[in-house]
Design a protein around this ligand. Structure first.
Ligand code: G3H
Ligand code: 13P
Ligand code: ZN
Length: 313
């Protein structure tokens, strides 16, 4: 099946009370691992690329790799999404290159500017069958354009959501309830607190509307330990517990963004493979193949234990 936009994927998740994983991709092995898991478990999938991923791999390589995934898994509903587009031009360029969904992240603009920018992207995208994710509030963490700590988060103001959604025409809305990007989401376990009250209020303001949660990696401590055991130095990394995400996946949160957990799984696998198991190995197919398998296992785990999106196609 050709690539799809996120309309039906998110509608299915909303009414079915599950969430669809939006996984960040940068290279072939990651795309293959994610789509193999989704195809085997019959789960829809969103493959998303950040501006950093576009800079690393180039938009044409990414688009062609994603096209190869659709040919390999003809039954799999697959959306190709721009993550954290920061300008009209980036969104337009991605739409023109075949993306089926874009995020316009106007969250660091003031409210009216965010509406103006988001609506201009929506007008261009909808005329071409492309869906748009907007953002209200601010999700902290390390990104291409954002370099903040969790203390700098600005929660989404529920009172603004209905007006924002109506005036921009967006198809989904990313909200800030205390999650952040990267593996250092909280200073310690006591600090781990999400604003479910805000999520609840937003759901009441925009009933029937799909919400997006960024910064949703769980940062498996066993994986971090493996990285450190094989020469890594990652300390005080804390993510969002899996049971919390599983509860969230039953709410109006329909798209759950995961990048850091993929990075950790790939890094742990390659470190162990090269440093411990195969010190004499120098064929990249060995360790990249193992990394691909690790991605597939991780995504299968997420679908079953967190997202609830198994057997939804
Ligand atoms: O939104 C954040 C993603 O983890 C993308 O990260 O900008 O390093 O590709 P990146
Ligand atoms: P994590 O860093 O928690 O994986 O979040 C990724 C993300 O939100 C991408 O937009
Ligand atoms: Zn994000």
């Amino acid at each position: 099946m050709p690539l799809v936009n996120t309309k039906k994927i998110l509608e299915g998740a909303y009414w079915g009370k599950y969430a669809v994983g939006a996984f960040n991709i940068n290279n072939m092995e990651t795309i293959q691992g994610i789509t193999a898991a989704c195809s085997k478990l019959r789960s829809p999938a969103i493959l998303q690329v950040s501006p950093g991923a576009i800079k690393y791999s180039g938009p044409t390589y990414l688009a062609k790799l994603v096209e190869a995934a659709t040919l390999t898994h003809p039954d799999l509903p697959l959306a190709f999404h721009l993550d954290h587009g920061v300008s009209f031009d980036i969104c337009k360029d991605c739409i023109d290159k075949g993306f089926t969904s874009v995020m316009i992240d106007g969250s660091d603009l003031d409210y009216e500017e965010n509406i103006y920018l988001t609506k201009s992207v929506v007008d261009y995208a909808h005329a071409r069958g492309v869906t748009v994710e907007g953002e209200l509030g601010r999700i902290s963490g390390m990104e291409d354009k954002i370099n903040t700590t969790s203390g700098d988060s600005f929660y989404t103001e529920p009172a603004q959501t209905e007006d924002f959604v109506k005036r921009t025409g967006v198809d989904s809305l990313a909200i800030a309830i205390g999650t952040s990007h990267g593996v250092y989401k909280f200073k310690n376990k006591q600090e781990l607190r999400l604003r479910f009250d805000i999520l609840e209020e937003i759901q009441k303001k925009i009933p029937g509307f799909p919400i997006v949660l960024h910064g949703s990696s769980s940062v498996n401590q066993g994986v971090v330990e493996d990285i450190n055991k094989f020469g890594g130095k990652i300390q005080y990394a804390i993510g969002i517990p899996e049971n919390v995400l599983n509860e969230i996946s039953k709410t109006a949160v329909c798209k759950i963004n995961i990048d850091s957990d993929l990075r950790l799984a790939i890094t742990a696998t390659i470190r162990k493979y090269l440093i411990f198991d195969h010190p004499t190995e120098f064929d990249p197919r060995g360790y990249l193949g193992m990394a691909r398998k690790a991605v597939e296992m991780l995504v299968s785990h997420k679908i079953k234990k967190i997202l609830g999106s198994e057997n939804k196609i």
